[in-house]
Design a protein around this ligand. Structure first.
Ligand code: TYD
Length: 139
């Protein structure tokens, strides 16, 4: 199974400033079907709190910063700090994610492999953990 990981994007700079490239099927490890972005969240807000059956994501703080906590449902946990417009975190399918600690200027760009389908979101952690324990048992 794929693991969450940080990704660095190529950054082109000259006297005019910087340009960051993130291509689907290249630096982004899937073809891109959807983008959305999150801004205006207070520091004590926790967003996400769900896992996806079909969608993979790359999250990039194009401005400001936040943290992303990922859980595998089997006791594994990782925390990623996003604070640069040329780094992101890849989040595979079947990964519980929580975004928090937003700076006031945070704009969190979310790139996804799938169009929005609320039916493929698991929003109950216990349900997710049971599902992952079942998967482990089936293997
Ligand atoms: P939600 O999944 O709760 O956001 P977060 O993961 O940041 O906590 O989504 C907030 C609202 O936006 C909810 O009403 C569903 C809607 N939404 C869409 O319509 N399309 C989308 O692609 C996404 C991600 C959310």
């Amino acid at each position: 199974m794929e693991k969450s990981r940080m990704i660095k994007f190529p950054c082109h700079g000259d006297e005019r400033g910087w340009l960051v490239v993130a291509e689907g099927g290249g630096d982004i490890p899937f073809e891109i079907k959807r983008i959305f972005y999150i801004f205006g969240s207070e520091r004590d807000v926790v967003r996400g709190r769900h896992a996806n059956i079909n969608s993979e994501f790359v999250l990039i703080n194009v401005a400001g910063s936040c943290r992303v906590r990922v859980l595998d449902g089997l006791g594994g946990e990782e925390i990623f700090s996003l604070d640069s417009p040329h780094t992101g975190v890849y989040i595979p399918r079947y990964t519980w994610k929580e975004m928090y600690d937003f700076s006031p200027d945070s704009i969190l760009l979310c790139i996804s492999s799938e169009k929005y389908d609320p039916c493929e979101y698991i929003r109950d952690y216990d349900e997710f953990a049971d599902m992952m324990k079942g998967e482990q048992y089936d293997r």
